[in-house]
Design a protein around this ligand. Structure first.
Ligand SMILES: C[S@@+](CC[C@H](N)C(=O)[O-])C[C@H]1O[C@@H](n2cnc3c(N)ncnc32)[C@H](O)[C@@H]1O
Ligand SMILES: [Zn+2]
Length: 296
C-alpha cells in the first residue's frame, strides 16, 4: 500500500513527465489506494521497479559516499527506538502541527487529504511522529539518498511512501503539492523545498545548535559543528519562504554506553571509525527548530 500513496505525485527522473504507478493486475493506480505497486513508468517508456521492501529507487545511480550505510542506519534505528530523542520528536510534531493548523490559504483547509514529506528521512522516526499527531487524513512521502535508509524506513513505517532520491538533484516530485515538509539534520535545498510546497505550506527544519552534544564531542574528540549554520541558512533564504518561528530546544539526557555508541555510529563520525569503548554520558541535546512558510 505505502508506495501507492505516491500515486499522482511523482515525475520521471529521466524525462520529468508524469510517472505512473501500476498494480500487479495491470491497472494504473490514479489515487492512493491499498494496492501493491509492481512498476513505475512514464509515457516515454522509462520504467522503475520497487525494491522488495517497498521503496522506489529514482536516483538513477549508485548511492554517493556520504549516504548513510546499513550499519549507520541500524545504529540510528536503535538509538531513536531507545526513546533518547523522544522529546525532540514530540517538539517536531508539535511545531509542524501548530503551523499546519494556521493555513493562510483557505484552500489548504479544504483539501481532502493533507500531504507531508521529509527530505533525508533516515529511518522515518520523526515523520511517523508527525503523522500520528494529525487528526485530518494525511499521507506521507519521503526520500533519502541512502537505499539502506529507505529500506529501513519502508520496513518501519508501512504508512509512508519511500523513495531513494538525491536532494541535490532535481527531485522526481510534482511541484507545489506538499502541505508540510520536514528536513532534520539532513541536506537542505531551500529552492527545491520551496517549489515542492503548496502555497501556504510549511517547511520545518531541524539544525544542531553549535553547542549540541558539546561535552560528548570534546570527550570523544568527535567532528565539530559549524557555529554559523543558522545565519548562513537565513542569509540564503529564498524570497518565497518566510520564517514564522525559530525555537531552541534544550534538554539533558543520561545516556547508556549503548546509546552513546549508537549516537556516534549513526552520524558522520561513523565514517572515521568505531568508538573503542563508549562511556555512559550526559548528553546535551540542543537543536534549533525553524518553521518557515511558503508565502508566494
Ligand atoms: C544525520 S541523518 C538524519 C536522518 C533523519 N532526518 C533523522 O534525523 O533521523 C542525514 C540523512 O540524510 C541523508 N542524506 C545525505 N545526503 C543526502 C542527499 N543529498 N539527499 C537526500 N538524503 C541525503 C543520509 O543518508 C541520512 O539518512
Ligand atoms: Zn521518462
Amino acid at each position: 500500500m505505502s508506495l501507492a500513496l505516491a500515486a499522482g505525485r511523482l515525475l520521471c527522473p529521466v524525462c520529468r513527465s508524469a510517472l505512473d504507478l501500476w498494480s500487479p493486475s495491470g491497472h494504473r493506480i490514479d489515487r492512493p489506494e491499498p494496492v501493491p505497486v509492481e512498476r513505475a513508468a512514464c509515457a516515454q517508456g522509462h520504467s522503475f521497479d520497487p525494491a522488495a521492501s517497498g521503496y522506489l529507487n529514482l536516483s538513477g545511480r549508485a548511492a554517493p559516499a556520504n549516504a548513510d550505510s546499513p550499519a549507520m542506519v541500524r545504529a540510528r534505528h536503535r538509538f531513536l527506538a531507545s526513546g533518547a530523542y523522544d522529546r525532540l520528536a514530540q517538539a517536531v510534531a508539535d511545531h509542524l502541527t501548530q503551523a499546519l493548523a494556521e493555513p493562510p490559504d483557505p484552500a489548504a483547509a479544504d483539501r481532502p487529504v493533507r500531504a507531508l514529506a521529509e527530505a533525508g528521512v533516515g529511518t522515518g522516526h520523526y515523520l511517523q511522529r508527525c503523522l500520528e499527531a494529525q487528526t485530518a487524513p494525511t499521507l506521507a512521502l519521503a526520500w533519502d539518498v541512502s537505499p539502506a535508509a529507505a529500506r529501513q524506513a519502508a520496513r518501519n513505517h508501512p504508512g509512508m511512501a519511500l523513495l531513494v532520491a538525491d536532494t541535490w538533484r532535481p527531485l522526481p516530485l510534482r511541484p507545489a503539492q506538499f502541505d508540510g515538509l520536514l528536513c532534520l539534520f539532513a541536506p537542505r535545498h531551500l529552492l527545491q523545498f520551496a517549489d515542492l510546497l503548496a502555497p501556504g505550506g510549511v517547511l520545518l527544519l531541524g539544525l544542531p545548535e553549535p553547542d549540541h552534544l558539546a561535552s560528548l564531542r570534546r570527550r570523544l574528540n568527535l567532528i565539530g559543528l559549524r557555529p554559523d549554520k543558522l545565519n548562513r541558512l537565513l542569509a540564503q533564504l529564498p524570497d518565497r519562504l518566510t520564517v514564522v518561528d525559530s525555537s531552541r530546544l534544550a534538554y539533558d539526557l543520561a545516556a547508556s554506553p549503548e546509546q552513546v555508541s549508537d549516537l556516534v555510529m549513526m552520524g558522520p563520525n561513523a565514517f572515521h571509525g568505531a568508538v573503542a569503548a563508549a562511556p555512559a554520558a550526559e548528553l546535551e541535546v540542543r537543536v534549533r527548530l525553524l518553521t518557515l512558510r511558503r508565502t508566494s
